[in-house]
Design a protein around this ligand. Structure first.
Ligand SMILES: [Zn+2]
Length: 700
């Protein structure tokens, strides 16, 4: 029911404690607001979304290594279903098929009973296989053995009962793994050992355009470093106190895979130990990931439990608030790049690529810039934070060399924090110490997120003073300022970084564009310094509007065109009469319903937050709006919204559609319909330039 979910929803939600089977908290109740606000609609949309989510919830059983012990496994499952009702699916990890040793004959005979149909498999069962090279070689793409019994295959991503499940069969062998170069042609498996090709293939599938987020990742082995970021008491140990060698059952490649895929659940076996790790917060998406290790089928004792029940919803059916719930026990991500991993493992060959490399380089995508090890990125800061409070909170971690909080000039001349900033320490160890405070420091009722700083993909390293954006000026680009194609008579003003130009086919006479001087595809791809300069120009134009009884609607859209010459970002600012300000939200909502049906616009606090909604994929199209909101004692609020997704497709003129809806001039949606002649354009530019002079930000 896309109509009921369409519209504007608030985000993000506060962190709420919640376990595996707890129901998600409802969307946060909207604050008291005047009748004109969309509060009732918001609540209705929230309730509808929750109902959808409940309907979509799946009851899932997880099982550890069956090793051919199918009678035991399926008897247990049948009993469980008798006790607590039917489950939708059974997912099995580790070694599923009978092996060679003791009892192998009986196990093979039992399997034959199921495969021949003499015995019935009581639940739809999907398994990976870590031990049978024959199965992996014969059925790399998977095989249904009989009704309800499916081998998933070597690696892949499949939708099972509405859940998106990524899986990898086989085990890690450093020699095999490192014998193949990334990108080279080669087999995905050698014997039962997966190769780079299997991992690359899996990542590619998971990152296909339009691919859903991974709900569950199934692997045989544990991820190396799973104990990281945990207190001693929370770490996995042998239930009977025996020595427990992680290396035997863990794989550094699985840790990288888990870090790269960011599943909501990662399930593994092999160790014959039942273990539920405290959830950790994923680095890119921010939701939590829960790791679950399972015992071997038939083992006795709680510490070896081999069947585990979950109730979970496909991420796609959940509200953002539900998806982003973080229990109080949430830890930092244990799978952050560890340069010393190889030496510690002592296996010589080791890993050649970090998780970050694997995410980018191995797939021929843009390589992520390396982290800045002595700098932390702090998120969820309140607007009124100042540098001294940050210093006070973090000084015991080490020597602070620099604190930089992102700020944006408000309409009233104050410069509130945009919600994030960076702190540079004198050493990486000190920065690590600060990261240990992630989610622990509270400030203005928010728990601060603290992570090692990593410049955004596609952005120039933040520390370089000179801005190096993406590519050289395009001879074919209409907006690269050095380009002779630029319509010079439309330029209002320019600094070395940013310029303002009047708009072609203006919807209102004072419509302008704010653009970077150099070629950059989107605001999200610009380095923070440039973003700040762009936004300060927008703020200045808004200030000018307000001094002349006007308001403005601001938008930016990023639609990746095949021709990069066409991708020069621009923020459009369309001033209009103050009397229409109260209708802006309705106009936006109506336009979404009509031209972007099914889309949910997310409320954000700043333009820079757009990047958080791109799923770490810089090709995700988006449209961003700033519209006048409620009129309060502190002046008229600015509401900021983003819609970022490949579907539904954002119409090329969507921003203009919203403005025209608001101003009742739908004939102006196509700019060609209202293009002025050159003289008029020059005149409009001169008028704007004069009016703007008192507000124009000084070049830095
Ligand atoms: Zn350009």
């Amino acid at each position: 029911m896309p109509d009921e979910v369409a519209g504007l929803t608030a985000s993000p939600a506060p962190a709420v404690a919640g376990g595996v089977a707890t129901s998600p908290a409802p969307a946060p109740a909207p604050a008291a607001a005047p009748a004109a606000s969309p509060a009732p609609r918001q609540a209705a949309a929230g309730a509808a979304a929750d109902a959808d989510e409940v309907a979509a919830r799946r009851r899932v059983l997880l099982a550890g290594d069956a090793q051919g012990n199918l009678v035991k496994l399926f008897t247990q499952v049948a009993n469980q279903q008798k006790r607590s009702g039917n489950f939708n699916v059974l997912l099995s990890v580790g070694a599923f098929l009978p092996g060679m040793g003791e009892g192998a004959k009986e196990a093979a005979a039992a399997l034959a009973q199921y495969v021949s149909g003499k015995e019935k498999v009581p639940i739809n069962t999907y398994f990976i296989e870590s031990r049978s090279a024959a199965m992996l070689q014969a059925c790399p793409a998977g095989k249904t053995l009989c009704e309800n019994l499916h081998f998933l295959g070597g690696f892949g991503v499949r939708e099972i009962e509405g859940l998106t499940v990524a899986y990898l069969s086989g085990r890690y062998d450093a020699t095999v793994y490192n014998s193949q170069d990334a990108g080279a042609d080669g087999p995905a498996f050698v014997g039962t050992s997966y190769t780079r090709q299997a991992i690359d293939g899996l990542l590619q599938l998971a990152r296909k355009p339009g691919a859903a987020g991974i709900d569950v990742l199934l692997t045989a082995e544990w991820p190396t470093n799973i104990e990281d970021k945990l207190d001693e008491g929370e770490r996995p140990k042998h239930p009977e106190g025996l020595p427990f060698d992680f290396k035997e059952v863990s794989s550094p490649v699985i840790a990288e895979l888990c870090a790269a895929l960011e599943p909501r659940y990662h399930v593994f076996g092999v160790a014959d130990i039942f273990y539920q790790r405290a959830p950790f917060q994923t680095l890119k998406s921010g939701h939590v990931c829960r790791c679950i290790g399972l015992g071997k089928v038939g083992s006795k004792g709680k510490g070896h439990m081999w069947v585990h029940a979950l109730s979970l919803s496909p991420a796609a059916s959940m509200t953002e608030a539900a998806r982003m719930q973080r229990p109080a026990t949430t830890s930092g991500c244990p799978f952050i790049e560890k340069p010393k991993l190889v030496a510690e493992d002592g296996d010589g060959a080791g890993l050649k690529r970090s998780a970050a490399d694997m995410e980018g380089g191995g797939l021929g995508e843009d390589t992520l810039p390396p982290p800045i090890p002595n700098e932390v990125f702090i998120g969820r800061l309140p607007p009124n934070i100042d540098e001294s409070r940050i210093k006070k909170a973090l000084k015991h971690c080490g020597t602070i060399e620099r604190i930089h909080l992102a700020r944006e000039e408000g309409p009233d001349g104050t410069k509130p924090c945009k919600g994030f900033g960076w702190v540079t320490f004198s050493t990486p160890d000190e920065a690590e110490a600060a990261c240990d405070l992630n989610d622990l420091l509270e400030c203005g009722k928010r728990k601060l997120s603290i992570q090692i700083s990593r410049p955004r993909a596609g952005a120039a390293p933040r520390k370089k003073r000179e801005i190096q954006i993406v590519i050289e000026p395009h001879a074919e680009c209409w907006f690269c300022l050095v380009n002779p194609k630029v319509e010079k008579h439309m330029i209002v003003c320019a600094t070395t970084e940013v310029y303002v130009a009047t708009a072609r086919g203006p919807i209102t006479p004072m419509s302008v564009l704010v653009l970077p001087v150099k070629h950059a595809p989107s605001y999200a791809a610009c380095p923070p310094e440039l973003q700040e300069v762009l936004s300060s120009h927008v703020a200045a134009i808004r200030q000018m509007c307000r001094k002349t009884e006007k308001e403005c609607i601001v938008f930016e859209r990023w639609l990746p065109f095949g021709m990069s010459a066409n991708n020069h970002m621009q923020i459009q600012v369309i001033p209009f009469e103050l009397s229409r300000a109260g209708a802006a939200r309705d106009a936006l909502e109506a336009s979404v319903k009509r031209h972007l049906p099914g889309a949910i616009l997310r409320r954000v606090q700043s333009h820079a937050e757009v990047v958080d909604h791109l799923n770490d994929d810089s090709t995700t199209p988006y449209v961003y709006f700033e519209i006048p909101g409620d009129n309060t004692a502190r002046g008229r609020q600015i509401e900021r919204y983003v819609f970022a997704a490949k579907e539904p497709r954002i119409p090329l003129n969507f921003g203009r559609m919203v403005a025209c809806e608001l101003l009742n001039c739908e004939d102006k949606v196509d700019w060609r319909q209202c293009q002025e002649d050159k003289d008029s354009e020059s005149k409009l530019t001169r008028v704007f330039r004069e009016a703007f002079k008192p507000y124009q930000p000084k070049a830095s």
